[in-house]
Ligand binder design. Structure first.
Ligand SMILES: [Zn+2]
Length: 699
């Protein structure tokens, strides 16, 4: 039986993104929407994933009829199926690497806290996800179908999604009390050293039956679209990778970012039970400004029209827009609180009995739209990819910043995006280097919000004060902005000591003060900034910890300062706010930690890098360059980079007598073989690489 199931299907005003699952299964968590993605008609399907019984969809906002009539341009989606860009064929595994993939995934899944291992098989163009111990192993084999009507189906060739990811619905456990009531603490850990009470209900973990992994296929598969994508990726249980708070995983809490939209252009006093992801924020910001739309690259690498960014994975969160008055903000401030779990901030802003008083944030929540279930980040749910996803509207595999550390296949070394902020003094002295790093990190096809604002509203001109003045503070997506952290420091107005001795957030606040108090420049039409201390507090003590809540009081004061600065410029009422984060946070059970990297090393598989779930194999590629009849000219190279490998041992396994040769500095070597045989089997090996076996058919 073939059933058509929708993982994520959205028909929202301007464009359509539908992702269908065809599978011979009735997996839990996926239900048909019956939405075929009609092109050219403007229709709404609530939050795209209607039909999941848990979501409720009972609030006014999500159910309101909304024809987006206030928006300037309403073109229908006109997908052509033209593929604009494909990743280089170096990521994932090939037939040579298949045995290493088997060995490494077996080793990982021996860990009782391991959840899954995934790879992309580049020769067969299939995605493989494995889970479970050896005696109850599950394997999912997936491929992408033809782009059709703005959607690209995921075809399940074998396996059951529900066997690997039993719960995928992000629209659950949105209520803090409900979350705490669901917690268990099997090893009865206590965290009184972190300020929790004895038997504190906050010290708990979701039982396995309630663990949720939202959009697992979408988030895993898009990761492999990057030229720097790993060969393998793995995930562990939500509680199993640290000692206090952790993010980076595929699970709901680590991926659940805050999302609150408030002020002109947005509805007020609404708590939405709609689904949202971090890729939705950038197009929503532009739609709130009524920016003109453009043609470009829609999701799944197909050309689309009616986009807000020239490459756009997300949808406009039209259910949050106020279309009753067609009000538009003069200014919009997008503020990212690093690592702030939606469930925690929503508890403080929506509850009648909050744990801390946050008057300024509460004002924004009451005057705006709160997403009860937050916004789901990409995978892995680390900071750098999350920040860039918010700033570009693209999944990590599309914008190119895959993790806080990933392997640069061209450079053959670790790429660490936060160098930009960590080495600020260096980049202040060498500003062109900062742009060079930006261009290395972010895919050239990606358009960030600063660039999109300028495309939509014009470059800012100091003489005429026309165009959009854009400020990007403490953020990675700074290219194209008129005011940036680098420019601020480069301006010479502040001593370097400030950077060295004050926290990054205080610096950000100083920048925003200087910016808004400077009457020589306009109040930015768009300002994007991040405050990082919430992440440190969450990681040090957990997402609901006393430390985190103290920090919430601090950020509320900072929001109050921004209100005062805007008020002094007379524009507070005309300024909209979007509050979000780059990922969520989950408390960790230190008694149940996974030990995956050690297991990979013990399995004897050579890797170039293992970092945050990303695994880059260190494999050899072996090619017959020339078949001379009685000899074969062989070439050995690095399978990931293509670099020639010197001193690799090449052995003929099919020859009567073992024949051996060592590759030269260009990776070449001639192997004497009998001209009489039909097939020659050659093995190449090197102490620092996984060996490779080639079967060569004679011409
Ligand atoms: Zn973060």
């Amino acid at each position: 039986m073939i059933s058509q199931l929708a993982v994520k299907s959205r028909v929202v005003g301007l464009w359509v993104s539908s992702l269908f699952i065809f599978c011979s299964c009735d997996s839990n968590g996926y239900k048909a929407t019956g939405n075929g993605g009609d092109i050219g008609t403007v229709q709404r399907v609530d939050s795209g994933r209607s039909g999941n019984g848990d979501a409720g969809l009972q609030d006014a906002g999500a159910n309101a009829a909304n024809d987006m009539s206030c928006l300037r341009v309403r073109p229908a989606l006109r997908p052509t199926g033209r593929v604009l860009r494909m990743p280089e064929q170096r990521v994932g595994i090939d037939g040579f690497e298949e045995p290493h993939w088997r060995r490494i995934s077996d080793a990982i899944l021996e860990d009782p806290e391991a959840l899954f291992v995934a790879t992309y098989h580049r020769e067969t163009d299939r995605y493989v996800i494995r889970s479970g111990p050896i005696d109850s192993r599950h394997e999912l084999i997936l491929k992408r179908g033809q782009v059709n009507a703005g959607a690209q189906p995921i075809l399940v060739e074998s396996g059951r999604i529900g066997d690997v990811f039993p719960n995928v619905n992000p629209m659950v456990l949105g209520d803090y009390e409900q979350l705490l009531q669901s917690f268990v603490n099997p090893n009865e850990i206590a965290l009184q050293d972190l300020g929790y009470a004895a038997d504190d209900r906050r010290v708990g973990f979701l039982p396995r039956a309630l663990e949720v992994y939202p959009y697992p296929l979408l988030r895993i598969m898009t990761l492999f679209d990057s030229d720097d994508a790993p060969d393998l990726v793995y995930g562990v249980r939500p509680y199993a990778s640290g000692v206090a708070g952790v993010h980076g995983g595929l699970d709901l809490l680590q991926s659940r970012a805050t999302l609150i939209l408030s002020g002109p252009g947005f509805k007020s006093s609404a708590v939405l039970d709609s689904d949202a992801t971090l890729v939705d924020i950038a197009p929503t910001v532009l739609a709130a400004f009524d920016a003109p739309t453009t043609g470009g690259q829609g999701p799944w690498a197909s050309y689309a029209d009616g986009l807000y960014l020239t490459w756009q994975d997300g949808r406009v969160l039209s259910e949050a827009l106020d279309e009753s008055t067609c009000a538009r903000p003069d200014h919009l401030f997008l503020i990212l609180f690093d690592g702030l779990l939606a469930t925690e901030i929503n508890r403080q802003l929506l509850s009648d009995v909050p744990d801390v008083d946050l008057p300024h944030l509460r004002r924004l929540a009451q005057g705006g739209v709160v997403y009860r279930h937050g916004a789901i980040s990409g995978f892995p749910s680390y900071s750098a990819p999350g920040h860039v996803t918010v700033g570009t509207g693209l999944w990590p595999g599309h914008h190119g910043v895959l993790s806080n550390q990933f392997y640069g296949r061209d450079e053959q070394r670790a790429i660490t995006p936060f160098d930009l902020l960590d080495n600020l003094p260096y980049f202040i002295q060498n500003p062109s280097e900062a742009l060079t790093l930006y261009d290395r990190l972010v895919t050239p096809e990606a358009e960030n919000l600063a660039q999109a604002m300028h495309r939509a509203f014009g470059e800012y001109d100091q003489e005429t004060r026309t165009g959009a003045y854009v400020a990007v503070i403490n953020e990675l997506t700074f290219k194209g902005a008129d005011f940036t952290t680098l420019g601020f420091f480069g301006g010479g107005g502040v001593q370097k000591k400030l950077f060295e001795y004050r926290a990054a957030d205080a610096i950000a606040m100083t920048q925003i003060e200087v910016l808004l108090e400077d009457r020589q420049v306009p109040v930015p039409k768009f300002l994007q900034m991040s405050l990082l201390a919430t992440d440190a507090a969450g990681e040090d003590a957990g997402p609901h910890s006393p430390l985190l809540r103290t920090n919430l009081v601090d950020i509320d004061e900072r929001i109050g300062q921004i209100f005062d600065l805007l008020d002094a410029r007379g524009v507070l009422e005309q300024t909209a706010f979007v509050l979000t984060s780059d990922h969520g946070m989950a408390l960790q059970d230190r008694t149940r930690r996974a030990t995956v990297p050690a297991r990979i090393r013990a399995a004897g598989v050579q890797t170039s890098m293992i970092s945050g779930g990303l695994i880059y194999l260190k494999g050899l590629a072996l090619e017959v360059m020339e078949d001379g009849g009685d000899f074969l000219r062989l070439g050995v190279s690095d399978a990931s980079t293509g670099a020639p490998i010197n001193a690799a041992e090449m052995v003929c396994l099919s020859c009567d007598r073992p024949v051996q040769q060592t590759s030269d500095q260009n990776g070449y070597g001639d192997l004497i073989v009998s001209p009489m045989v039909d097939e020659v089997v050659i093995k190449a090996s090197h102490s620092r690489y996984n060996s490779v076996i080639l079967r060569h058919r004679r011409p």
